[in-house]
Design a protein around this ligand. Structure first.
Ligand code: GLP
Length: 253
């Protein structure tokens, strides 16, 4: 039996398998590391106890202990005598500081002139996908900004941003940079999770971006959060594959 804390946490016992050529404790450490780094455990200060984790993942307590030891050594967790295992917030700082930038900042930083063309802006009820991404109740109000983003007049990306109306009550409030507007309203973007996949552009989007039908592009979904973890924006973007580089700094685990 796992406790409420263990059940509520996004633990996935299927992430561990005897068939994988990696010791179980390292598989468990990898799974917990992913949850911590992706911010999926940030609402909980403490991890469930060793016994509960062992039951949740169907492994021995020795395996749990070894996995926790790995993450403690990496600085992701710490233990307090008699109190339990806690998630360190400090290692997240680097992640949080790792260039969460706006389009305006990205393009301006390259010495190019950022610009936007409005495709539409509206207020309405969140779709189920938006409600889920933004952690809103069904029927909640959102504001949508649909923009063609340009650098020195060249279209680079199409972005559809949805934000809870509680943070941005009127789409007309955004004249230039969305992030500047949000900062000005006291809701600075603090952290984001981004997912990228390669696609081929459908005809309408290819036309907007000035590339042939079916041209390669990156589809990017970003969920941006406030410092307290509240979702602030859900963005679906199409970036021209031939005109935008994404640079990622990698370091040894
Ligand atoms: C980037 C991000 C978007 C974000 C946008 C804000 O393009 N991919 O998720 O909405 O920046 O840009 P700006 O502040 O220039 O409107």
């Amino acid at each position: 039996m796992s406790t409420a804390a263990a059940t509520a946490a996004p633990f996935d016992p299927t992430a561990l398998s005897d068939a994988l050529p990696l010791p179980l404790y390292l598989q468990l450490a990898r799974h917990l590391r992913t949850l911590i780094v992706e911010g999926r455990l940030t609402d909980q200060d403490a991890l469930p106890g060793e016994r509960e984790l062992a039951e949740t993942f169907g492994v021995s307590r020795v395996t749990v202990r070894k996995a926790l030891r790995e993450l403690i050594a990496e600085g992701l967790l710490h233990q307090r005598q008699g109190a339990g295992t806690f998630i360190n917030r400090s290692p997240h700082v680097e992640q949080r500081l790792s260039t969460l930038t706006s389009f305006t900042e990205d393009i301006g930083g390259r010495g190019l002139k950022p610009d936007s063309r409005w495709l539409s802006r509206s207020a309405g009820t969140a779709t189920p996908e938006e409600a889920m991404a933004l952690g809103l109740r069904p029927g909640a109000e959102v504001v949508r900004l649909h923009r063609l983003r340009l650098a020195d007049g060249t279209p680079l990306a199409i972005e559809l941003s949805a934000l809870p109306a509680s943070f941005l009550p009127d789409p007309e409030l955004v004249q230039g940079s969305l992030y500047e507007t949000l900062r000005g309203r006291g809701h600075p973007p603090f952290r984001a999770l981004q997912r990228l996949s390669a696609i081929r552009l459908p005809a309408d989007q290819a036309a907007l971006l000035g590339v042939p039908d079916g041209a390669p592009a990156l589809y990017i979904e970003r969920r941006t959060f406030l410092e307290n973890g509240t979702p602030l924006e859900f963005v679906r973007s199409h970036y021209r594959g031939d005109a935008y580089d994404f640079v990622v700094e990698l370091s040894l685990a």
